[in-house]
Design a protein around this ligand. Structure first.
Ligand code: ADP
Ligand code: MG
Length: 739
């Protein structure tokens, strides 16, 4: 990837947690991780290697040892990123590492202890404090979403039906990049509200999993915050900047044992680290810079982080380590992973005036509601004065600078008007009641009219109240700089905060300079050295040779390690492949032996692959678009009939209506068309019994009973030949006649 002016690399920091009680009691071996905080280096000792083997050294943007404070990590490594998000950049922080090394501790920490609050609660504080201290011409809208990826399915943690809800789908738009469709997002007006959102999500996560630790080490959690800020630009128009912050707590990076599992468990095991290995591949492809193709599409996680890795975002990766010698391999893998990620170049830019900014929609809606309220106010004023003097209350809806005060004023005036009107109507009613010249009826009518007018008035007042409530609710969601949220910190505290931030900034810069110097030292060593004697030169060169030799050994060991790792992961992949092949063969066996080939073909023909959702799907039996036309169309051979009939049947029908050729309508639905027989009761009963016996035998007409028409006779002959055509006759006749 070419470095351009606006590109910047992914910041990688490493944090090592203290030894826990169990590890301490395991022996005096102590930790295998050493850290040089000043230089940002991690030195890893191999507990199995001989003392002479050189230790492995990695350099990062910053390192935090067991004694590091949450606050320091935040101020030094996260604060600048959140500042960028507030300025309209996309930002991502993700914690990567083995289970139990402190990913969740770093991201969330212990909420109740101010010293131990992690990145997420500190980011909440930061965002809302920033809003409270910003100028009043800025309007903010803060939204939060929370999701997890478990077994390659995206689940909305804020959805009340989290457990039973369908997995969500990923979509891509040119404006906001890859996003999750139908993801719940909550507008948050204060730290308390956003913390509540986080708690709700955490509970859903805990409820969804029987064993939280097991679950969290297999699922990725993403907390998303969108901060939209509108500010008048030099051109006088309001411009909106949208910063999106992804806070990601990844699944444990350790290898899951895959041996001896089958069926569902195998599928699960294959998917567990799929996201992580896909993430590894994406990082390798990006860090390598030579391979054109970056496999973002291999997993949901990498697609969601597409912008954060090599795209439009500023990214910080926190790699967490455990100091125990038991996990040397995992620690080394984490360090290598982190080391590779350093080389990724992103191209962050400010998201200015995107089409899908919610803030813009909110502003429009608020302006519309205000215009409506103003219109109502104007109307009531007009009514009060009897006639309009065109005072011009209907103003341009876009002007929304005065805000709340005016809303309150409008409401008060409307209330006053309603009260006055009510009093007037009451007075009029009283007058009508007391009027002795009016007739009782007339009185009743007039009173009724007044009553109705009062009803209307109340309805209007209700509508007014509703509108005002909606207006207020909408407006309260927008945070105005320095207005909605109180900043309780006093000047002294503010100064203290600023100083702390300055120190953090200073430390960061110092470290950068130290690292640069270290690199330069190596390069210029040769140039600066002048030798006074041959002996001195030999000594210096021997020293240098030793140094270079050590470096060579390090690199050789590194190559060996990487090869070993490749072999190991290849073996694992082969094993998974073998097991999947076995499973596949088993399924094939079932299909070949137990499913009829025509059924199999039918299913095969209906299968299509949906690349969006990355899975096979069944096509509907009848294509949706042709469904209606297909049902309407009638085969050419069946004009006039409900279904096609054979030539032989037609001939048979022409010869006489033999029931054998009646393909449908076994029951005769047509009505009897002969005039009613009024001869005698006896005769009619006889005729009826005759008819019931001879429904299907044609020569009954002669005996006074008509033959029922066959379903295939010309419907036109139905024409009202009788006087007793009833509604049901119409019913049966109409569709036939229509044919
Ligand atoms: P992960 O999320 O990586 O699986 P956790 O964050 O749950 O790991 O950490 C495991 C345990 O280690 C927790 O009890 C946590 O309090 C503790 N821990 C992790 N990092 C630190 C640290 N830097 N300082 C003190 N305790 C820590
Ligand atoms: Mg965790």
């Amino acid at each position: 990837m070419s470095k351009n002016k606006s590109s910047e690399s992914v910041k990688v920091v490493v944090r090592c947690r203290p030894l826990n009680r169990k590890e301490e009691s395991n022996g005096p071996a102590g930790g295998i991780v050493q850290m040089d905080l000043r230089l940002g280096q991690v030195i890893l000792r191999n507990p199995r290697a001989s003392a002479s083997e050189p230790q492995k050294t990695f350099t990062f943007d910053a390192v935090y040892d067991a004694g590091s404070k949450q606050r320091d990590l935040y101020d030094e490594s996260v604060r600048p990123l959140i500042d960028s998000v507030l300025a309209g950049f996309n930002g991502t922080i993700f914690a990567y590492g083995q289970t139990g090394t402190g990913k969740t501790y770093t991201m969330q920490g212990a909420w109740l202890d101010p010293e131990k609050r992690g990145v997420i609660p500190n980011a909440f504080d930061h965002i809302f404090t920033h809003i409270s201290r910003s100028q009043s011409d800025k309007q903010y809208l803060v939204r939060a979403s929370y999701l997890e990826i478990y077994l390659e399915e995206i689940r909305d943690l804020l959805d009340p039906n989290h457990g039973s809800a369908r997995a969500l789908e990923l979509r891509e738009s040119p404006d906001s990049g890859v996003y999750v469709r139908d993801l719940t997002s909550c507008v948050c007006k204060s730290i308390k509200e956003i913390e509540e959102v986080m708690n709700v999500g955490n509970q859903a996560r805990a409820v969804g999993a029987t064993d939280m630790n097991e679950h969290s080490s297999r699922s990725h959690a993403l907390f998303l915050i969108t901060v939209e800020c509108s500010q008048p630009g030099p051109d006088g128009r309001k411009h909106i900047r949208v910063g999106r912050l992804n806070l990601v707590d990844l699944a444990g990076s350790e290898r899951q044992a895959k041996t001896g599992v089958q069926g569902e468990r195998l599928k699960e095991a294959a998917k567990i680290n799929l996201s992580l290995s896909a993430l590894g591949n994406v990082i390798s492809a990006l860090a390598d810079g030579r391979s054109g193709h970056v496999p973002y599409r291999d997993s949901k996680l990498t697609r969601l982080l597409q912008d954060s890795l090599g795209g439009n975002a500023k990214t910080v990766m926190v790699a967490t380590l455990g100091p125990s010698s038991l996990h040397y391999d995992e620690t080394l893998t984490t360090l290598r992973y982190a080391n590779r990620a350093k080389n990724i170049q992103n191209q962050p830019r400010v998201n200015e005036d995107p089409k899908d900014a919610l803030l813009r929609e909110f502003q429009r809606e608020i302006a519309r509601l205000r215009a409506q309220l103003n219109h109502r106010k104007w109307r009531s004023k007009q009514k009060k004065e009897g006639q309009s003097d065109g005072e011009g209350w209907e103003r341009d809806g876009e002007e929304d600078t005065e805000g709340e005060d005016e809303g309150v004023e409008v409401e008060k005036e409307a209330e006053e008007y309603v009260k006055l009107e009510e009093q007037r109507l009451e007075r009029e009613k009283e007058a009508i009641r007391e009027d002795q010249f009016l007739l009782a009826e007339e009185k009743q009518r007039l009173l009724g009219e007044k009553e109705r007018m009062m009803g209307d008035l109340r309805k209007e007042q209700e509508a007014n109240e509703q509108l005002t409530a909606k207006y207020k609710a909408m407006e309260s969601k927008l945070l105005v700089g320095g207005k909605n949220i109180m900043d309780h910190t006093n000047e002294q505290q503010k100064m203290l905060e600023m100083k702390r931030q300055e120190i953090a900034e200073q430390t960061r810069r110092e470290r950068e300079i130290q690292q640069q110097m270290l690199v330069q030292d190596d390069e210029t060593l040769e140039l600066r050295e002048t030798f006074t004697s041959l002996q001195q030169e030999v000594e210096a060169k021997t020293k240098k040779l030793k140094k270079l030799y050590a470096k060579l050994q390090c690199i050789k060991a590194e190559i060996q390690d990487v090869n070993d790792e490749h072999v190991r992961s290849r073996q694992e992949l082969e094993q998974t492949q073998n097991e999947l092949t076995r499973e596949l063969k088993f399924k094939y066996l079932i299909i070949e032996n137990f499913i009829p080939p025509e059924e199999k073909n039918k299913i095969m023909n209906r299968l299509t692959f949906d690349p969006e959702e990355d899975q096979w799907k069944f096509q509907p039996l009848v294509p949706a678009e042709s469904k209606s036309s297909q049902m309407k169309k009638r085969p050419a051979s069946a004009v006039g009939y409900k279904r096609p009939i054979s030539q032989y049947a037609r001939v048979a029908i022409a010869m006489g209506a033999n029931s054998r050729y009646r393909a449908e309508n076994i029951m005769f639905l047509e009505l009897d068309m002969t005039p009613p027989n009024t001869a005698s009761l006896d005769r009619s009963t006889e005729a009826e019994s005759n008819q019931s016996h001879s429904v299907d035998s044609s020569p009954t007409k002669d005996r006074g009973v008509r033959k029922s028409r066959s379903w295939c006779q010309n419907p036109k002959s139905l024409s009202a030949s009788s006087s007793n055509v009833s509604l049901s006759a119409c019913h049966t006749a109409t569709p036939m006649a229509a044919q």
